[in-house]
Design a protein around this ligand. Sequence first.
Ligand SMILES: C[S@@+](CC[C@H](N)C(=O)[O-])C[C@H]1O[C@@H](n2cnc3c(N)ncnc32)[C@H](O)[C@@H]1O
Length: 247
Amino acid sequence: MSKPEMEEGQDRKPEQTQSMSQEIGLLDGSIRSFVKRSGRITEAQRRAIKLLGPKYIIPFSEELLILEELFPQNRPIILEIGFGSGQATWRIAQERPEFNYLGIEVYASGVGRLIMDLELHAIENVRILQQDAIAVLRHMIAPRSLGGIHVFYPDPWPKKRHHKRRLMQYPIVFLMAQKLMPGGYLYCVTDIEEYASFAKASLDACSLLENQYEDFAPFQPWRPETRFENLAKEAGNQHFELFYRKN
Ligand SMILES: C[S@@+](CC[C@H](N)C(=O)[O-])C[C@H]1O[C@@H](n2cnc3c(N)ncnc32)[C@H](O)[C@@H]1O
């Protein structure tokens, strides 16, 4: 870990967290929380990236971002990890313009689609990084700099041997918590009950964070539904919300 990440002390970890080598794997990129695939991208999405990418996409680098320079107005920044098609991303940015938004997604199709929506709706408070969010958090985001983090419907990796790929495991939750400013929030939603309990154990074990509710959180009325949420609802699944703040 780099020095800034070490500034806030480590906690005792929940029992379900993995062996040290697995933790390091997700942090150093030798294990990924997503499947590498080229994916189908439409011609319109490809064109949007080519023509409008420079306006919205921030290139990855191993240097800290100067967050205030990314947006026309200086506002607290909300980071979204794995925005998928971005259908909730642009709506939240439109409905809550008091924040700026940094969306991270690895798949080009989602990046292209979000760019098209940002342009269509003239939304100025969203920027995009097409990169592994863990690398972005480690290298580009300064400690105590974010107003919030959204993780909506993270890949659940249900098989036990794949739990090491889960985003909401303790070391990654701890990394996220370090990047929040005091009072900043971490908001995670999933439709998989077992993953919700796993994520809750990681969040509860992190002394930097405090649950804002007794147990699972109620639906936050300002949050539009995501694409995966629509699919989960069609399948008749429940959803589980976790809402914590940095103390
Ligand atoms: C199950 S989908 C949910 C997408 C969207 N949030 C929704 O609710 O419709 C999870 C998304 O997270 C992205 N993802 C997973 N790990 C990631 C990482 N480390 N960095 C960036 N994106 C990631 C995947 O590419 C995928 O698009």
